[in-house]
Design a protein around this ligand. Structure first.
Ligand code: IMP
Length: 201
């Protein structure tokens, strides 16, 4: 029987991407949304790693299963790395992607194209309820455009022009995104760990 792997996120976009990137691995992948009694984890860590580990540890303890959690965000050089760990609620709560993108464009008003460099960063934490923990990181470099372009993805994708492409992440679509994104790069590293776990279980 396949071992269960719980994705410790209720963000449907993230869950869909993680499922697609991990397709083919010998795990029964489910979202924490399928465990309605598990409370939301408060993301109050100072770093992506702190938050990813907190989400994975608390969820693994609550569901008693191997759990994978993602904490990710956008770092913009001209804003000294902001919004960073505050990417989800950059423009305040209740948060929406459109308010966050509007705030980003406002903060970058007058900043020239060559100074709009940025990166998406993702830290993934894999926590086994028996205590084993692994963290990995993935980065995707790019720059912030001057207007929203593209319909795919979520978050800052319509403003993020990916290095090596003349397109935003939202224009590239899921097949390309799930090959080159910060999330894909982090998960690429975890695949070896997950394959070993599957073999030994
Ligand atoms: P988290 O749930 O605290 O990890 O928040 C992640 C936030 O970072 C999201 O709400 C988005 O605003 C942003 N973000 C993370 N990954 C992506 C991505 O792949 N595309 C666009 N925005 C992202």
């Amino acid at each position: 029987m396949l071992r269960t792997l719980v994705i410790g996120s209720r963000n449907t976009h993230k869950v869909a991407e993680i499922r697609q990137i991990l397709a083919g691995l010998p795990f029964h992948v489910v979202s924490v949304s399928e465990y309605p009694d598990v409370p939301d984890v408060v993301e109050d860590g100072a770093t992506f790693r702190d938050n990813a580990l907190k989400k994975a540890r608390e969820t693994a303890a609550a569901v008693g299963q191997l759990t994978l959690a993602d904490d990710s965000g956008l770092e913009v050089d001209a804003l000294d790395g902001r919004p960073g760990v505050y990417s989800a609620r950059y423009a305040g709560e209740p948060s929406t992607d459109s308010k966050n993108n509007a705030k980003l464009l406002t903060e970058l008003t007058g900043v020239a194209a060559e100074q709009r460099t940025a990166r998406f960063r993702c830290v993934m934490a894999l926590v086994d309820p028996d205590g084993d923990e692994t963290t990995v990181e993935g980065i995707c470099h790019g720059c912030i455009g001057h207007e929203l372009k593209g319909e795919h993805g979520f978050g800052y994708d319509p403003l993020f022009v990916v290095d090596g492409y003349d397109s935003t992440m939202a224009q590239l679509g899921p097949t390309v995104k799930n090959r080159i994104s910060h999330r894909a790069r982090a998960l690429q590293e975890l695949k070896n760990v997950l394959n070993k776990m599957a073999q030994s279980s």
